[in-house]
Design a protein around this ligand. Structure first.
Ligand code: SF4
Length: 344
């Protein structure tokens, strides 16, 4: 049973379309949504000619994760981050590693009901310096992100988005206004992969990345989930790194992470660790300063080395920090400045 319409949040980013339909302009899928129907993401619905955000204020639950799990290695290391997601997603990844949430429609019984103020207060009560909207894609609850980030800023709490970056230029400008950091999934580097395996397109994502780098102060890191025989060729890795270096520079951290068989891609094996270590070697040889591997145990592949004196400044194992040799944002050994946000 749905909530009464007067209790729902009217969506931003839509316009009336032909035949009583609504055109949603939040993400580049540009859904045409008929009366009584929801868009591809399940949680933006046309009710009597208005678009509503059904996911607003409806997390599926909360957790306090290590910030390294997002993954963010250059953002407030060793801190806990209050994390939540909602039902739905605007991508259709066949390999989704969180599909129980992303492919769910809103369940009024199981979803919580919270205000933006309550989310921020929860982070405060638990001593978390930041809040992550994660697990599914925060883009689809952009209105809630805006409200949380506005209040969080007043309380000196950071907001982090873990996203695929599939968003329109108009919406991203408003949604990222008070956001401090993001981890953006760069899921592959061919349009074919994006089209067939995620039901989206590569170009708008590259556009979002360039925008984040050149037109915002948002700290961001990239994640590339390597799937055997899908997006793990050496050529594709080299092309991706080349694009990153030419368009985002050499200081955006890049995480190569291991896939496990899930959702509609259960015919593939887990990513071998060697695939990740080879990709990391290529990236670093090409000039990317901070490259990591994830979802496997590999101390060296998860350590931050000072690009100047090569000291191991942050040694990690999985999501735990074992050694910390930083003084504010500098290498404790040689004083070299490390890109990122290292103090609240
Ligand atoms: S946000 Fe949802 S409803 Fe809007 S265009 Fe994207 S998938 Fe469609």
């Amino acid at each position: 049973m749905l909530e009464k319409v007067e209790n729902l949040k009217e969506a931003l980013w839509w316009q009336l379309d032909k035949n009583d339909k609504i055109l949603c302009t939040l993400c580049p899928r540009f859904c045409h949504i008929g009366k009584g129907q929801a868009g591809f993401c399940f949680i933006r619905k046309n009710i009597d000619g208005k678009l509503y955000s059904l996911g607003y204020g409806r997390p599926t639950g909360f957790a306090i994760d290590p910030v390294e799990k997002k993954p963010l290695n250059h953002f407030l290391p060793k801190t806990g981050i209050l994390s939540f997601g909602t039902a739905g997603c605007n991508l259709g990844c066949r390999f989704c590693q969180n599909w129980h949430m992303s492919k769910a429609t809103l369940d009024n019984k199981k979803s919580l009901k919270v205000t933006a103020e309550q989310v921020v207060m929860l982070a405060k009560q638990h001593g978390c310096p930041s809040i992550a909207i994660t697990y599914n894609d925060p883009t689809i609850i952009g209105e809630f992100v805006i409200d949380i980030a506005k209040i969080a800023k007043e309380e000196n709490i950071h907001v982090v988005l873990v996203t695929a970056g599939y968003i329109t230029p108009t919406a991203r400008k408003e949604i990222y206004k008070n956001v401090s950091a993001a981890n953006v999934d760069l899921k592959g580097f061919t349009d074919e992969f994006y089209r067939k395996q995620t039901f989206s397109k590569l170009e708008p994502i590259l556009d979002t990345l360039k925008w984040l780098k050149h037109e915002t102060n948002v700290w961001f890191e990239l994640t590339n989930l390597k799937i055997p025989n899908e997006n793990d060729s050496l050529e594709e890795t080299k092309e991706m790194c080349d694009w990153i270096l030419n368009n985002l520079g050499d200081e955006v951290p890049l995480h190569f992470t291991a896939f496990h068989p899930d959702f509609k891609m259960t015919d593939k094996k887990r990513t071998p660790t060697e695939t990740l270590t080879t990709a990391r070697e290529i990236a670093m040889k090409m000039g990317i300063k901070y490259c990591y591997i994830g979802n496997v145990h590999d101390l060296s592949g998860q350590t931050t080395y000072c690009p100047s004196c090569k000291t191991a400044i942050i040694v990690r194992d999985w999501h735990s920090v074992l050694t910390y040799n930083m003084e504010k944002n500098k290498c404790r050994n040689c004083g070299h400045e490390i890109a990122g946000i290292f103090s609240p």
